[in-house]
Design a protein around this ligand. Structure first.
Ligand code: ZN
Length: 161
């Protein structure tokens, strides 16, 4: 059938991570707080000979691995334009432009290659990680990958590529 398209959607209770973060940009910083982030994934692609766009199991496993890698960490944006982040021995220090200073054990922190730990930038980061996990297990090519990250129910950001 010409013109039709297929999409698979994975939204499972266990595709979540609990993490601490704070938004910071020049002139504004949130207090440190946490969310139970919930992740959903959509993949659009062609139907394979087996009747699948992609095996749901592969998508669930890939997304679960990405969630687990972020679970129970403090997320810091390594590319921040207003936080000075440095690693000193077993500690990570983050200093905001007004001198406010956080020190975390290195093992408790995930330094992410993003500018802000907003749901939007986290969605883009998670999409990249899910893409890498799917490619690593030889998943069939897809056309479009969309990842949503919800900070709370009914409040999410979506990135697609
Ligand atoms: Zn928050």
């Amino acid at each position: 059938m010409a013109g039709g398209s297929f999409e698979v959607y994975v939204a499972k209770e266990n595709l979540k991570f609990n993490a601490a973060h704070f938004i910071a940009y020049p002139g504004f910083r949130e207090r440190l707080h946490g969310h139970n982030y919930q992740v959903t994934v959509r993949l659009e692609g062609d139907l394979g000979p087996d009747g699948y766009v992609i095996d749901f199991g592969l998508v669930k496993q890939a997304t679960k691995r990405v969630c687990d890698a972020l679970d129970e960490y403090t997320l810091l944006p390594a590319q921040s334009d207003c936080l000075r982040i440095s690693e000193q021995g077993d500690s990570v220090e983050a200093v905001y432009e007004d001198g406010s200073r956080f020190v975390f054990p290195r093992s408790d922190v995930m330094l992410l290659p993003i500018v802000h730990t907003s749901a939007e930038e986290l969605a883009r980061y998670v999409a990249g990680q899910v893409r890498a996990e799917l490619l690593a297990v030889g998943a069939r090519p897809w056309r479009r990958l969309e990842v949503s990250v919800a900070e709370t129910r009914g409040q999410s950001a979506t990135y697609s590529e």
